[in-house]
Design a binder for this molecule. Structure first.
Ligand code: ADP
Ligand code: ADP
Ligand code: ZN
Length: 214
């Protein structure tokens, strides 16, 4: 099963991807997570990406396409994968198509998670992540049992640098400009399905499973 999760920042792509990993045993491939790891480790890639990420701009297509090409070659992708946050531009989608055809693969579903802008801002400003295991939380909508502490591993929770109000506004504008055209792109391909992204996390997961098991 090969899936793309498409949607604006805060739509719940990471949250739903983690549930898909648990249920179907296929890996989540998040270019955002891979880039943040590179920034944390101070690699050349991380140094180049950081300036873009801090401003809420997209990293260049060449960088993320290179990351994805390498990642899709890894053994755990044989059974399938969930692309979370990639592609984000039309050139990235074209490059993905090329890479997939070279591998004799295709995408089964593109799930477009739809959430209104005011809700996205609430979700992003309250987002917290575990430093140790990457589990996602929200201070209101998915609060941990103890404030600032991960339920799963007791690790400390942190707020992403780019989840500050000013950067969020830019990220949403960047989404509208550069990523939203992918909805039409994949509609033409016939692989796109809209998922209503407001409601409970499990309720939305049910909608996703109903689509991909069809
Ligand atoms: P969110 O989960 O809020 O949508 P991500 O973690 O996916 O955010 O991405 C964080 C940042 O990483 C983006 O603002 C961008 O700078 C960079 N990034 C992630 N994926 C891509 C991509 N496919 N193309 C370009 N930049 C990306
Ligand atoms: P994305 O990866 O698309 O940027 P996330 O999965 O990180 O989005 O979710 C953004 C924030 O919204 C997180 O704090 C998450 O806990 C919260 N969240 C996710 N799904 C829902 C939902 N259905 N209702 C309310 N909050 C949600
Ligand atoms: Zn944790």
């Amino acid at each position: 099963m090969r899936l793309i999760l498409l949607g604006p920042p805060g739509a719940g792509k990471g949250t739903q991807a983690k549930k898909l990993v648990e249920k179907y045993g296929i890996p989540q491939i998040s270019t955002g997570d891979i880039l943040r790891e590179a920034v944390k480790n101070g690699t050349p890639l991380g140094k180049e990406a950081k300036a873009y990420m801090d401003k809420g701009e997209l990293v260049t297509d060449a960088i993320v396409v290179g990351i994805i090409r390498d990642r899709l070659q890894e053994k755990d992708c044989e059974k399938g994968y969930i692309l979370d946050g990639f592609p984000r531009t039309v050139p990235q989608a074209d490059e993905l198509k090329k890479a997939l055809s070279e591998m004799g693969q295709s995408i089964d579903s593109v799930l477009s998670i739809v959430v209104a802008n005011d809700e996205l801002i609430k979700r992003l400003t309250g987002r917290r992540t575990c430093k140790e295991c990457g589990a996602g939380y929200h201070i209101m909508f998915k609060a941990p049992k103890t404030e600032g502490v991960c339920d799963k591993c007791q690790g400390p929770l942190f707020q992403r640098d780019d989840d500050k109000e000013e950067t969020i506004k830019n990220r949403l504008a960047v989404y509208n400009d550069q990523t939203e055209p992918l909805i039409e792109y994949y509609k033409k391909d016939g692989a796109l399905v809209d998922i209503e992204g407001t409601g409970g996390i499990d309720e939305i997961f049910g909608r996703i499973c109903a689509v991909i098991e069809k």
